[in-house]
Design a protein. Sequence first.
Length: 151
Amino acid sequence: MDAGLPALPLRESSQLVTRQHLADGCDAVEVDDDTDRRRPVRRAARLLFKGVGGEPVNAATFSRAWASAREAVGLPARWGIHGLRHYYATVLIHAGASVKTVQLALGHSTPTITLNTYVHEWPDVLDRTRLLIDGALGQHETATTPAVSRA
């Protein structure tokens, strides 16, 4: 980045750098997209990271680059790139994203896959559901205060 630019918050700064990178000749290359393994397709993609010749980065090259980046930011050695995916999903969930939103962001074929993987990240949903019903019924008890038995 230009030293003359004012300091930006990390998010704005990273977005600016990414936009500039894309504008500086991030031409599309053909990639195999197997997001839906039942219907793989070949399509054009503007890749943020490419090999020296402009081709998509292969797994071995990426693994070496990832190891250096992981070490530089202090992540544990066993923390793989897939951990970033889980981190992304968890941030979305804790920020209030719906199952459908997380499913689409991750490219899961169904919301069931998302729920089976991340259901433990929505631990307060049942409590919130109980509170909504308690409020609708005008009850003084809430999901966080146990109701006294009326039996």
